[in-house]
Design a binder for this molecule. Structure first.
Ligand SMILES: *[C@@H]1O[C@H](CO)[C@@H](O)[C@H](O)[C@H]1NC(C)=O
Ligand SMILES: *[C@@H]1O[C@H](CO)[C@@H](O)[C@H](O)[C@H]1NC(C)=O
Ligand SMILES: *[C@@H]1O[C@H](CO)[C@@H](O)[C@H](O)[C@H]1NC(C)=O
Ligand SMILES: *[C@@H]1O[C@H](CO)[C@@H](O)[C@H](O)[C@H]1NC(C)=O
Ligand SMILES: *[C@@H]1O[C@H](CO)[C@@H](O)[C@H](O)[C@H]1NC(C)=O
Ligand SMILES: *[C@@H]1O[C@H](CO)[C@@H](O)[C@H](O)[C@H]1NC(C)=O
Ligand SMILES: *[C@@H]1O[C@H](CO)[C@@H](O)[C@H](O)[C@H]1NC(C)=O
Ligand SMILES: *[C@@H]1O[C@H](CO)[C@@H](O)[C@H](O)[C@H]1NC(C)=O
Ligand SMILES: *[C@@H]1O[C@H](CO)[C@@H](O)[C@H](O)[C@H]1NC(C)=O
Ligand SMILES: *[C@@H]1O[C@H](CO)[C@@H](O)[C@H](O)[C@H]1NC(C)=O
Ligand SMILES: *[C@@H]1O[C@H](CO)[C@@H](O)[C@H](O)[C@H]1NC(C)=O
Length: 846
């Protein structure tokens, strides 16, 4: 099976590698807001600063605060005590601090408004930031209640916080009242910036005219009251990069990129066509979403064998507050004009929170053609639970029953809004910090949906197929029956593992904790040799325990004699501070004292991949083939991110099994960025660095460094993983000594199976093995340009994993491409729509 040649059909799929600045060719003038207020709280009115192409005005002395309120010391102006280079000056460096209720009044036109609040958690006026608990009301709505900005930013792992609400103003004033959430004298509230921006009246809430399916209640449609308040939870440009506020369609919305979203579970295959014209149909105004959102999509990978896609959902998960209803908007646009142009080519099912939201969604049938966007709205109820937060899942799966030409799905963007409940409340609970993890948080706002307040309106129209002309949405509601039961390959479990991992990282209160040399000495028992867990060129690595043994941290201590060490120390900090990915080890902190250089990393309890392959203890089981593939996939994801995911693309230069660490869930993380370099295609490096056995021969000969050098080294890692032999073995003779050379020799002579680790013998499915060997050979190609990109490698490895899982589960795809369970499907197809239901309309929100 020559898998690479079949891949060429999908050549136009390539990752979005364009630098950010080329990408925005969007005409942002599509909506001109009547009100566009940007307040820099705690600054004087005369201070007008331009930030993100808007003028921010100080609030002191402005028409929005009453001078009476200001003079009576209800609030105080303050400056941030800590300036952080990664936090913009405006509006974050000044704040208004409240010790009692304080009201901002905005005279605006009636209609819905965006209200955005900006917070930067640091000490103001020497107050303790952990004592800041903000409550905020707008008219009868509670927008925030007891919000701890510091706990929230720690949870989302960002230095500052923006909250966006949509408030419907009925009269002519919008009042925002801030107050500390308790009367205790040390509790206070603060805010750094406030935006009020008007928006098209029917952008998100179409009132009683909108018919929004209520997920999980198939015949039930709902509408959102036109005076409900909404909070934006997520707005994501799936398959693409972040779109900053100034490139939005005039409303200054911020779209998060997929790459930084930790909640994209299976990171799909990105496709994009940046020259493709986006044709907004009449029903969809241009301001709904920027073209860039529609031009990039996250797809199921274009595997040569389409049946593989039936093994998993394309999924995302979003942590949300329990006990609320959510409006979920999915943006979909076909950017594959070369192969998806007709109806019934791509048909998929949409699941929200494990329930069918829509079955048989045919992209082209609904949109009318490639490049024409559509969006779909759903309301999802997230029940109250004892945990304050839970995940909202978005799953897409090919609709096998309608026998589409391609088994694939894609998504271009997603927005999720929390809807105010009957009491007008939108506030959730604070995320729990690591320390209070054992305490089950009880939601402090004990307001749950009151069923009596929901009125049911029965619309006695026996439609099972509703096409709403005139309205923006087209719904084809199909009562989807039992789902296709593809072998339940536990991708989901894999994801849950990954997600828990991400969560743990978020919760770690240790992050960004700055410590002193003294603390490090205590934590490492004065650099006790018994605690050494690794030795590198830079120095020794110790297992340090903090918080009385509840938190472990890996401490890397430089060798004070080594000049090289100091250089690598700087490089490592420089590189790692720009990266964030769950397959790259996180730098928690660093310190430089008494001529000592210390780096602190998350502690990886399962040690290095090298140890598991070559110096495993007797009791320990060898890694299974699936485990090994998962580890390689993790490393490939990390490298792919390194090569493409940031503005400065990096080359690691020292990929080897001893630099691959495994955490307690066996998630692989690439470490040791001391040799990493920003990619610069024109640069000839004078100084070739790397490790013997892994070094790219082309780089060695020509001194020309590209991403492909990492691909070569990764190829050697793949060989090591397969064979459990070290990359260089000084004991063996020349021929066997260098693993890469010996493997290529074996390939040429058809004795490649000799390479396989005896522990894996008979346990690898042939197709999986062939796919894997194919990747290895490509990675080790003589010339860099002949080697695949990490994204190609990643896909082939995912394929190898899928093939292994299929073999383990005995799914035998037959030659004509039919799935073996087809008989079941046929039987079920009697249950197609046609059954008459009454639609029930229920109002959501208040
Ligand atoms: C944006 O659209 C407006 C109105 O449609 C048009 O006048 C303007 O020239 C466009 N600007 C750009 C940069 O395309
Ligand atoms: C605001 O102006 C007053 C005088 O008008 C001045 O005393 C104060 O320092 C200014 N505040 C800031 C934050 O610049
Ligand atoms: C407001 O606070 C300032 C200093 O903190 C104090 O001098 C002033 O008397 C206070 N004014 C009122 C009305 O409490
Ligand atoms: C708040 O609710 C009361 C009673 O429900 C209503 O009369 C009033 O207009 C509401 N105020 C606002 C600002 O919506
Ligand atoms: C600034 O924020 C970044 C990102 O959260 C953090 O890593 C860094 O420690 C902060 N710097 C300071 C001086 O607080
Ligand atoms: C705070 O004080 C106000 C009046 O001083 C009182 O009405 C309110 O009940 C108090 N709130 C709490 C939570 O104690
Ligand atoms: C909101 O809905 C009510 C009826 O439910 C209607 O009277 C009112 O005009 C609507 N307001 C707006 C701004 O659309
Ligand atoms: C992008 O879209 C344009 C217009 O539909 C099409 O001509 C072109 O082939 C597409 N490019 C790719 C790489 O798909
Ligand atoms: C896809 O998601 C749906 C809904 O959560 C679930 O029922 C189904 O089992 C999933 N399919 C696969 C292959 O994981
Ligand atoms: C999804 O729903 C099915 C059937 O209701 C249930 O068996 C399964 O546990 C659910 N999965 C998740 C992850 O909630
Ligand atoms: C506010 O939140 C904090 C942290 O989550 C919690 O400890 C405290 O009890 C809450 N206070 C109130 C008044 O709800």
């Amino acid at each position: 099976m020559n898998t690479y040649s079949s891949l060429s059909i999908f050549l136009f799929f390539h990752l979005l590698l364009l630098p950010l600045h080329i990408a925005f060719a969007n005409n942002a003038t599509s909506y001109l807001p009547l009100e566009n207020i940007a307040l820099d709280c705690g600054a004087n009115k005369s201070e007008q600063v331009s930030y993100n192409e808007r003028i921010w005005t100080g609030d002191a002395g402005s028409e929005y605060v009453s001078s009476n309120d200001e003079e009576t010391n209800k609030s105080l102006m303050a400056k941030a005590s800590v300036i952080n280079a990664s936090v913009p000056d405006v509006p974050y460096m000044t704040a208004r601090v409240f010790h009692s209720p304080f009201t901002y009044r905005f005279n605006v036109t009636p209609g819905p408004k965006f209200v955005r609040l900006h917070f930067y958690p640091t000490s103001y006026l020497d107050l303790d930031v952990s004592k800041a608990f903000v409550s905020l009301t707008a008219g009868n709505f509670t927008l925030l209640h007891n919000l701890s900005v510091s706990l929230t930013t720690e949870y989302i792992n960002k230095p500052y916080l923006m909250k966006e609400f949509i408030i419907h103003v009925n009269g002519r004033t919008l009042e925002l009242t801030f107050s500390p959430s308790s009367n205790a004298s040390d509790i206070y509230a603060f805010v750094n910036g406030i935006e009020v921006v008007s928006m098209p009246s029917n952008l998100y809430i179409q009132g009683d005219n909108a018919h929004i399916p209520l997920v999980g209640h198939v015949p039930v449609l709902s509408y959102i009251h036109n005076d409900s308040a909404l909070e934006t939870m997520y707005r994501i440009n799936t398959g693409g990069y972040a779109i900053p506020a100034k490139y939005d369609t005039g409303m200054f919305r911020t779209w998060t990129g997929d790459e930084e979203a930790s909640f994209s579970a299976i990171s799909g295959y990105y496709s994009d066509n940046l020259t493709m014209p986006i044709r907004y149909p009449k029903a969809i105004p241009r301001y709904v979403a920027p073209e860039l959102v529609y031009r990039t999509s996250s797809d199921m990978p274009p595997f040569p064998n389409p049946l593989i896609n039936l093994n998993f959902n394309l999924s995302w998960f979003f942590p949300v507050d329990s006990g609320f209803n959510y409006l979920v908007r999915l943006h979909i646009c076909d950017v594959h004009p070369d192969w998806i142009t007709k109806e019934n080519q791509v048909v998929f099912n949409i699941y929200l929170n494990n329930q069918t939201a829509m079955g048989g969604f045919d992209v082209i049938a609904v949109s009318g053609g490639p490049g024409i966007p559509v969006y779909l709205d759903f309301v999802v109820m997230v029940p109250e639970t004892r945990e304050g937060k839970q995940d909202l899942w978005v799953d897409l799966y090919p609709d096998v029953r309608s026998k589409p030409q391609y088994y694939t799905t894609f998504l271009n963007g997603v927005e999720i809004f929390k809807l105010s409940n009957w009491a007008g409340n939108l506030a959730g609970v604070n995320p729990t910090s690591c320390k209070s993890e054992s305490v089950v948080p009880v939601p402090h706002v004990a307001i749950s949906e009151n069923p009596k307040k929901i009125t049911f309106i029965i619309i006695g129209c026996g439609l099972s197929l509703v096409a709403l002309g005139g309205s923006i949405l087209f719904f084809v509601i199909v009562y989807v029956l039992k789902l296709v039961d593809p072998r339940k390959i536990s991708w989901r479990h894999l994801l849950i593992l990954l997600r828990n991992k991400v969560r743990k990282a978020h919760k770690s209160s240790f992050r960004h904790h700055n410590f002193s040399m003294g603390e490090v000495r205590v934590a490492t028992n004065n650099f006790d040799e018994a605690l050494v867990i690794g030795i590198g060129g830079f120095g020794k690595v110790y297992k340090a325990s903090f918080d009385g043994g509840s938190t472990f941290v890996a401490i890397k201590r430089s060798n004070p004699m080594s000049e090289q060490g100091a250089l690598e120390f700087e490089t490592e900090i420089h590189v790692l501070s720009q990266l964030r990915h769950h397959n790259l080890v996180s730098l928690l902190s660093h310190c430089q004292e008494d001529g000592e250089l210390i780096l602190a990393y998350e502690y990886m309890s399962n040690g290095t991949l090298f140890n598991h392959l070559h110096s495993r203890s007797r009791e320990e089981l060898p890694l299974s083939w699936i485990q090994r593939l998962e580890i390689c996939i993790g490393v490939a994801r990390g490298l792919h991110y390194l090569h493409t995911g940031t503005e400065h693309k990096f080359i690691h230069r020292d990929i080897k099994t001893s630099n691959i660490l495994l955490d307690h869930n066996w998630v692989a993380k690439v470490s040791d960025f001391g040799l990493a370099k920003a990619s610069n295609p024109t640069l000839i490096s004078t100084n070739v660095k790397g490790s013997v056995g892994y070094l790219d021969p082309e780089y060695f000969r020509r001194h020309k460094l590209t991403e492909k050098s990492d691909v070569y080294s990764f190829g050697v890692v793949l060989l090591e993983v397969l064979s459990a032999r070290p990359a260089v073995n000084p004991v063996e003779d020349d021929e066997h000594g260098n693993l890469a050379e010996w493997a290529l020799y074996c390939c040429e002579n058809g004795i490649i199976t000799q390479l396989v680790d005896p522990d894996l013998e008979g346990k690898i499915a042939t197709e999986s093995f062939e796919t894997y060997i194919e990747v290895v050979k490509k990675c080790l190609a003589e010339k860099g340009e002949e080697r695949p990109t990490m994204s190609d490698v990643l896909q082939r490895l995912v394929l190898a994993l899928q093939l292994q899982r299929n073999a383990d589960n005995n799914i035998a795809p037959t030659r004509d491409g039919k799935i073996t369970e087809n008989t079941d499907l046929e039987r079920n197809s009697d249950l197609t729509p046609g059954i008459e239901f009454s639609e029930i309309m229920i109002p959501i929100g208040r």
